[in-house]
Design a protein around this ligand. Structure first.
Ligand SMILES: *[C@@H]1O[C@H](CO)[C@@H](O)[C@H](O)[C@H]1NC(C)=O
Ligand SMILES: *[C@@H]1O[C@H](CO)[C@@H](O)[C@H](O)[C@H]1NC(C)=O
Ligand SMILES: *[C@@H]1O[C@H](CO)[C@@H](O)[C@H](O)[C@H]1NC(C)=O
Length: 299
């Protein structure tokens, strides 16, 4: 009796673990994939099931790096039918459905990068776990950077060279170099990830020359150039011009004073002066009068 019970328990355990083993299981052989923009990529998703595949259901979703909060359904297999996302029609397809859930993505774009999830269901079997995940990076060479200079190209002034690159995965590194007359590497300030600038203070004629900005990542390098020419105002001649101008204006003022003096003498300035004094005294009276009025009203 005891042995019979033990046998029952053992059978039940075997049956239960067999059921557990029979649960559908998804495995991803890759968790990180890299592809160069324009190339195709196969995203593997395999599953093990012991039930017939007549009710197999596979859904691939993508949470793009550019907009992770709005995932899309990349491709769906349901009741023997395949449905692609309208934005991916002609670029995405299953490679071995229903035996595997692998997909191929052709002509990849930078916007395809993100987290892909493969979900498999095969009722009535339970799924454990019925979901796999992989991260796709789409690499792109740097785009042509834009070079620009700003500031005062007169000697003694300061000039800023800036360089910005619009695209590139991984993020391109930016360098500024002076190519001629002598070749030097310049220390740059990064403004965010995709642009870098160099400030040159107290520029002189030696600052003139050809400068290059290069944007580099593992897929390549793109350059842009700035041809800087510093001009100098000849100091001595400008000083002389200033002196001449100063002398000229001073002599004009002297001349005007002389003319005024002569004119005052001819029209008799003494009489006018006295009249002015009388007017002033009248004004004082008026002020005194009002002051006393105000005093009274305050008392
Ligand atoms: C992807 O490209 C390959 C080769 O160019 C082609 O055979 C395949 O049909 C394409 N797949 C899809 C889904 O467009
Ligand atoms: C600017 O450079 C010149 C020589 O290149 C130097 O004589 C002068 O002192 C510098 N001025 C400043 C403010 O650094
Ligand atoms: C840079 O400019 C100077 C003078 O403006 C000119 O002589 C020189 O050829 C230019 N260099 C390049 C590479 O454009």
């Amino acid at each position: 009796m005891g042995s019979h019970r033990r046998w029952m328990l053992w059978t039940w355990c075997v049956w239960f673990s067999a059921q557990e083993n029979a649960a559908l299981r998804v495995t991803m052989s890759e968790s990180n994939l890299e592809v160069v923009r324009g190339d195709f990529v196969v995203m593997p998703c395999s599953f093990f099931t012991s039930s017939p595949l007549s009710r197999l259901n596979v859904i691939w979703t993508l949470a793009p790096f550019s907009s992770p909060e709005t995932p899309i359904q990349v491709i769906v297999y349901d009741h023997g039918q395949v449905i692609e996302d309208p934005s991916l029609i002609g670029r995405v397809g299953f490679t071995g459905i229903p035996w595997s859930a692998d997909i191929v993505l052709n002509d990849t774009r930078v916007s395809d990068a993100g987290i892909y999830r493969c979900m498999v269901n095969n009722p009535p079997e339970t799924a454990d776990p019925g979901i796999g995940e992989l991260l796709l990076s789409v690499l792109a060479p740097p785009s042509l950077p834009a070079c620009q200079w700003d500031g005062d190209a007169e000697s003694g002034g300061s000039v800023t060279l800036s360089c910005a690159v619009a695209e590139g995965v991984p993020t391109p590194e930016i360098h500024w170099d002076k190519l001629s007359p002598e070749e030097i590497s310049l220390p740059i300030n990064m403004k965010g990830d995709l642009s870098g600038s160099v400030q040159i203070v107290n520029v002189s004629s030696q600052t003139s020359g050809l400068y290059r900005c290069s944007a580099t990542n593992l897929l390549g390098t793109e350059n842009c150039y700035v041809n800087l020419s510093i001009y100098s105002t000849p100091d001595r001649s400008s000083g002389m011009l200033q002196a001449v101008l100063l002398t000229l204006s001073m002599s004009l003022v002297l001349l005007a004073l002389l003319v005024l003096l002569l004119w005052l003498r001819r029209t008799g300035p003494n009489r006018k002066w006295r009249e002015g004094k009388e007017e002033e005294e009248e004004c004082y009276n008026e002020i005194r009068y009002t002051a006393s009025l105000m005093k009274r009203s305050f008392v």
